[in-house]
Design a protein around this ligand. Sequence first.
Ligand SMILES: O=C(O)CCC(=O)C(=O)O
Length: 273
Amino acid sequence: MQPELFKRYGVIEQTASENDVEYACESIRHLGYAVIDGGYEPGRLNAMSEAFERAQQRHTSEHGGREALKAIDEHNTIRLPLVYERLFLELAANNKILEICRRLIPGYVVLNQQNGVINPPHAERYNQGAWHRDLPYQHFVSSRPLAINALFCLDPFTNENGATKVLPASHRQEAFPSDHFIEAAATTIAAPAGSFIVLDCMMYHSGGVNTTDRPRRAVNHVYSIPLLRQQIDLPSMLGDQFVTDDALRKLLGYNVRTPRSVAEYFASRAEKS
Ligand SMILES: O=C(O)CCC(=O)C(=O)O
C-alpha cells in the first residue's frame, strides 16, 4: 500500500511505481517518454565520449569520407557504432534499458538499430531535426509498444544545444498532431550526460536547434518485437563470431533470422523441437 501523498476520493486502485525502472515504464505508458540515469561513472562516460570520436572517424573513412556522406545526408550519423567500439555493445545491453524493454515488450526484444547522432553546432540543419516517429510512415496505434527507443545522452542535453523535443502522448493517436497542438504541447527534454531518454517508438519527437559552438552527441537505440525488420541485418553484418553470449546473440537477432529456403525453415523447426 503506497502512503497517500495526494488527496483523492473514489479511488480503489493505484498503479505501484517503486523504483526508477517502474516509474519510467509508467511514464512511457502514459506520456510516451521518460528519462532515466544510465548508471555510468564519469570515467566511463569519458571513455564513451572518446570511443564516439574514434567510431566517427572510422565510419567516415570506411564510407567514402565526409563529402560522400554529406551527399546522402549521412554525415551527422554513425550507423552501428558497436561495430567499431565494444563499449557501444555494452551500452546497447544496458541493464535498466533492457529491463524497461522486458516490462513493456514481454517475451522477446531485438536490437533493431543503433545510431550515433550528432546535432551539429551553429544551428545547422540535421537529419533528426524534424518531427518523426522511429517507425516512420506508420499511422496506427497499438495497445502495447511495438518498439522502444533509448537515446543515450553522451553530452548534457540543454535548451541551447538542441535537446530532444517530444509531443507527449502522441504515441496514442494515429495522425500527426495539428500545428496548434505542436505549439502548445511540444516539450523539450533537458537531461544530464549519462541519461537515457526513453520513448515509445510511436511518439513523435525531434532534435532541437543547437545554437552552441559544439556538437551535441547521442547514441540512439531502437528495441523492437522480433517481427520487425532490423534497419541493417545485424547478424549478416557482424558475422557469426561477433558474440558468443546467448543473451547478446538473442538481442542482436541471431535467433530470429529469416530462413532463406524451405530446407532452412525445416532445420530451424528441428532445432526448436
Ligand atoms: O537528436 C535528437 O535529439 C533526436 C534523435 C532522433 O530523433 C533519432 O535518432 O531518432
